[in-house]
Design a protein around this ligand. Sequence first.
Ligand SMILES: [Zn+2]
Length: 136
Amino acid sequence: MSHSCTHAIVHCMDFRLNPSIQDFLETHDLVNTTDIIGVAGAVKDINDTEQGFVETQIDLSVKLHSISTLMLMNHTDCGAYGGSDKFETKEEEKEFHIGELRKAKEKLSKKYPELEIIMLLGDTVSREQTNIEVIE
Ligand SMILES: [Zn+2]
């Protein structure tokens, strides 16, 4: 048994994200070379636990499929974080999620120095639409 792929993506299990994530993967020609790790709150589990479910999935993706790039994606109006109502403004909410992404990236960069880690923020604006941007 030997098979590999290049990428893995950690994103929230929220069904509203599905069309946009599919579109993102298609646009970047990644559909057939990406492990999908969908869990409520995405990087929340990485930040809130020492070695949780998500990190175990990433470990397996690295070991079994030899990925070189990991994409971490949080999104606005995420129920696992209390939704948009928890924030005063959209900007405050985005900054919070960018902070969560940076924290997770920092932790994982120490563990996997060879991995390229890309941060994505999805702005969930409707049931059908989440605008995904790459965070620098
Ligand atoms: Zn969510």
